[in-house]
Design a protein around this ligand. Structure first.
Ligand code: ADP
Ligand code: MG
Ligand code: ZN
Length: 486
């Protein structure tokens, strides 16, 4: 983090747009899908032809409310759409249907870890529903621009935070949490690279202790969480220097320039758009019944914080493992399914297997835990084989699970085929242990001299001599017995 004059305090608020994961667009039946050929997912409605009428997509309304509820917002009974008027080549209607004074969700909050190490709730002022614009493309070195309207009218939720963040790092944590919660709610993929999450950053500075906020600057369209941090740090320094040198911050929209690592002025308050909002005449004011809100609330899964607390508390999973398990809902769902199927198995052991053998594969292949071709049923079966001493934990991780992934054969068949069955026959292990004791005078001597963990080397040798098949606990027990006998 860049150091700045500590007599100043930054104030930050974020406006985040997320595309809702509906099947179709907000006011027509065109597909809401990323990556199609330009202008193949359009119709008269989303290209703003005269005489067409918008029809509200119920699924968009559901997802927007689901996201709002996940952010602890309340949903007023009446919700209204308004026209936000401006001209842009990728906005064929000449206005965007948005919400002005009666947004869908109001008064929520998101808990983050503050820089002081304490949990703090960042307020969510509102989260309203609106339509996306198309995309203008400027081909390199050409004297013209192109417009792709596939994105036009994709449903967006604009989530406006209060001016409650106090550092670039806090803003980053807010975005991480927001993404996590919205992905859990299956409201949005929140993939910045695909444009399904976009962020505008508002920054001001004031003298510490000053009850009034300073004048804010809005930085538009920053393209990664890392760059949100960089843009904020740049603005904090720029504004403090400006104030200290006797200047004043003017209310301005600025643009983040990645290559320069700087923000540059786009337009000032005087040049700001006057959007001339007015109620959308083609849509009624909607009444959101409590029954509808309750039905949407029932669609919400257990949220990451609650799951994390359950894993760490009731199941004694380590905090680090719990963090990784709840980072994505698919991983946590996978683990929960294993817990359900694997009653009686050690939850920590199950967690180790999910992280080490499922999530590891998911990360390697760039897929989610849900798409790893290893069902929770199979994983639990393997962990049972380990718990019952049929195979060693190492054989499960290193041999059996990779073989299941590769061949799709059942655990039982592969244990036989690969000869993984653990040797728990005392006689066989005793014979090997006796040989190991005879051949390792040094470790034996150390053990007898009181170096207790010299036993590990001997267990290791028994494992090696048995080609990994000896039951390690039994091997240890037998070695200790033989050594005690002298
Ligand atoms: P607008 O509607 O003009 O964008 P808002 O009042 O809705 O303005 O604020 C937009 C965002 O700016 C919000 O996230 C809010 O928290 C933030 N914000 C407002 N005032 C300040 C300020 N003085 N410093 C930093 N952020 C601010
Ligand atoms: Mg704004
Ligand atoms: Zn359409």
């Amino acid at each position: 983090m860049t150091a700045y004059d500590p007599t100043f305090e930054p104030v930050i608020g974020l406006e985040v747009h997320v595309q809702l994961a509906t099947r179709t667009k907000l006011f027509c039946g065109c597909a809401n899908a990323y990556g199609a050929e330009a202008n193949t997912q359009i119709c008269q409605v989303c290209t703003g032809q005269p005489g067409v009428l918008p029809v509200l997509n119920e699924q968009a309304l559901r997802l927007a409310i689901r996201a709002g509820l996940a952010l602890h917002c309340s949903v007023p009974e009446k919700t209204k759409f308004d026209r936000k008027n401006y001209f842009y080549p990728d906005l064929p209607k000449g206005y965007q249907i948005s919400q002005f004074d009666q947004p869908l969700n109001v008064g929520g909050g998101l808990e983050i870890l503050g820089d002081d190490g304490a949990l703090r709730t960042i307020s969510i002022v509102r989260a309203h529903l609106e339509e996306d614009a198309g995309k203008t493309i400027h081909p390199d070195g050409m004297g013209f621009s192109l417009v792709d309207l596939n994105r036009s009218s994709i449903p967006l939720l604009e989530i406006v935070s209060g001016p409650d963040l106090r550092s670039a790092a806090e803003a980053h944590r807010y975005l991480d949490r927001l993404k996590n919660v919205l992905r859990y709610a299956r409201a949005s993929e929140c993939d910045m690279e695909k444009g399904s999450l976009r962020c505008d950053v508002n920054v001001s500075v004031r003298r510490k202790g000053d009850p009034k906020f300073g004048t804010r600057v809005e930085v538009k369209n920053v393209n990664s969480f890392k760059n949100v941090e960089r843009a904020i740090e740049f603005e904090i320094l720029r504004q403090i220097e400006l104030v200290k040198s006797g200047g004043t911050v003017v209310q301005q929209t600025r643009q983040w320039r990645d290559a320069e690592g700087a923000t540059v002025a786009m337009r000032s308050k005087e040049e700001a758009h006057d959007y001339r909002y007015f109620p959308e005449p083609d849509l009624p004011t909607f009444t959101i019944t409590r029954a509808f809100v309750d039905a949407v609330r029932a669609e919400l899964p257990e949220m990451p914080d609650a799951r994390r607390a359950r894993y760490v508390g009731a199941l004694s999973v380590s905090e680090a493992a719990a963090d990784t398990l709840v980072a994505e809902r698919d991983t946590a769902d996978y683990y929960d399914r294993c817990l359900e199927l694997g009653k009686g198995l050690d939850p920590k052991e199950l967690a180790n297997f999910v992280l080490g053998s499922v999530l590891a594969v998911a990360n390697e292949r760039g897929i989610s835990a849900a798409d790893v071709p290893l069902r929770p049923e199979t994983l639990v079966e393997v962990v049972r084989l380990v718990a019952g001493n049929t195979i060693s934990s190492q054989a499960a991780r290193m041999k059996l699970l990779p073989a299941i992934l590769e061949t799709g054969k059942s655990a039982a068949v592969l244990v036989k085929e690969l000869g993984l069955e653990q040797v728990s026959d005392r006689g066989a292990i005793e014979a090997i242990a006796a040989e190991v004791i005879a051949a390792n005078a040094k470790a034996v001597g150390e053990f007898r001299a009181g170096k207790d963990n010299a036993i590990n080397a001997l267990v290791g040798n028994v494992m090696k001599a048995s080609k990994g098949k000896a039951n390690p606990n039994l091997a240890r027990e037998i070695l200790l017995e033989l050594l005690a006998r002298g």
